[in-house]
Design a protein around this ligand. Structure first.
Ligand code: NDP
Ligand code: 8X3
Length: 251
């Protein structure tokens, strides 16, 4: 059975993807920084679905830690079919002159450089087999900049550009590349953005039925299970009440 590697599987989209692919019978490599969550998810998914799950704990911003963790896994685990580059975050929401450079670094280091490091480690495995699929989790914010989103939006614009670049560079190897661009989805995303402020996080979804992590995982699963000759290059998904990054129809 094929192996799916998911970064950021301790919460949100990544965890929902792990559950969805495990239910489909796929073996999984799940990664994140919160080891206890990975261990608990491994136990649950192995018991519920009879699949094999390899948890790897590392920070995607740490280039050497990424390579050390991925290079040392047993050869049979390197037969990855799908890499889901999902680990990411928004930190803060401020005008461009007021933003905290530490937040900027965290977003660029995670959303852009972390995605590059993981891809650099995994692409040789896909190339060797002349098959595979890289699914990058971008955002609607990568195409449409909203007020105070500046650096987060820029990081996701970079994910869009890198997705196109991967698609072109990996074309001779018949490796699929998909950029998924979700709109508002209620996960731990806003809690992280507002540094644990639950009221601010809840307020993002007021008057709105947002996407759930499971909605997004369903779409990712669809993209990953199409026939071998079909590739979705780019896909935007929003709640019905969100027409763009800035137009909402709230109750
Ligand atoms: P969550 O906060 O629920 O999950 C984020 C995941 O990323 C966690 O598993 C976290 O694991 C992991 N992660 C974050 N930083 C690092 C790091 N430095 N190293 C390793 N893992 C890391 O958010 P979502 O599920 O919503 O977000 C997933 C992706 O989707 C992100 O790229 C986000 O930008 C994007 N997105 C989210 C949208 C939304 O509205 N929710 C919409 C569009 C895109 P841990 O903390 O354990 O390391
Ligand atoms: C997350 C979606 O629009 O809140 O990428 O930035 S948005």
């Amino acid at each position: 059975m094929a192996i799916i590697l998911i970064t950021g599987a301790t919460a949100g989209f990544g965890k929902a993807c792990a559950e969805k692919f495990a239910a489909g019978g796929y073996d999984l490599i799940i990664t994140g920084r919160r080891q206890e969550r990975l261990t608990s998810l491994k136990t649950t998914l192995e018991q519920q679905h009879g699949v094999k799950v390899l948890p790897l704990t590392f920070d995607v911003r740490d280039e050497q830690a990424v390579y050390a963790a991925l290079d040392k896994i047993p050869e049979e685990w390197k037969q990855v079919s799908v890499l889901i580059n999902n680990a990411g975050l928004a930190a803060g929401l401020s005008t461009i002159d007021q933003g905290n450079p530490e937040d900027w670094n965290e977003m660029i280091d995670t959303n852009v450089k972390g995605l590059l490091y993981v891809s650099r480690a995994v692409i040789p495995w896909l190339k060797a087999r002349k098959q595979g699929h890289i699914i990058n989790i971008g955002s609607i914010a990568g195409n449409q900049v909203y007020a105070k989103g500046n650096v987060y939006c820029a990081s996701k614009a970079a994910v869009a550009a890198l997705s196109q670049a991967m698609r072109v560079d990996l074309l001779p190897y018949r490796i699929k590349v998909t950029n998924i661009r979700p709109g508002a989805a209620e996960t731990e995303f806003s809690l992280v953005r507002f540094k644990g402020d639950e009221d601010k996080a809840k307020n993002v979804y007021t008057g709105l039925t947002p996407l759930s992590a499971e909605d997004v995982a369903d779409v990712i699963y669809y993209c990953a299970t199409l026939p071998p000759h079909v590739c979705i290059n780019d896909l935007e998904i929003t709640p019905l009440q969100q027409a763009s990054a800035y137009y909402y129809d709230r109750n």
